[in-house]
Design a protein around this ligand. Sequence first.
Ligand SMILES: C[S@@+](CC[C@H](N)C(=O)[O-])C[C@H]1O[C@@H](n2cnc3c(N)ncnc32)[C@H](O)[C@@H]1O
Length: 172
Amino acid sequence: MDHLPDENRRYKDVDYWDERYRVEQSFDWFGDFSKFKHLLENLINKDDSILVLGCGNSSMSGEMYDAGYRRITNIDYSSVCVDAMAARHAHCPGMTWRQMDARQLDFPDASFDIVLEKATLDAMLVEEKDPWKVSPQTACLIHQVLKECDQRSIKSSYAAGGPPHSQPAVSM
Ligand SMILES: C[S@@+](CC[C@H](N)C(=O)[O-])C[C@H]1O[C@@H](n2cnc3c(N)ncnc32)[C@H](O)[C@@H]1O
């Protein structure tokens, strides 16, 4: 693993992700779209407006686009990531990439039908010893992100990972 941080807590730092995305082309945490396809196809219509939180350099959004999901907005707080992904997917009209913090979404209410996240909440939980019993600070952070998502989404959110924090999302 070329990009492991010196300390786990660095997974919370945007500087770590910026550095990593300057060199790493693509990496899929927990797997790519093929692993979740059977679940997502039951939840998301092809014409739904989708927000992907902490998209990283994952192939997921590109693969969803190829599978017919055309209204995908991707955000990540790493500007290095967002610039690279926007350039890589310049041939995909309807799919957008924006540098944004999941704790403070800059979209009008009810902009999306569904919010997806894969391993983004996990990065926020990295300092917790027990994901089922998190510190008040982390609980507050996760609550803030979920509240932001709730406000901007009409149907539901889907989280791959972080089961205790992703209610009412469907979790793996
Ligand atoms: C573990 S990676 C997962 C990347 C991708 N979703 C995947 O499944 O491969 C976590 C991602 O979340 C992003 N991230 C972490 N905290 C964030 C925040 N507060 N707002 C937006 N993005 C964040 C990081 O920059 C990184 O790209």
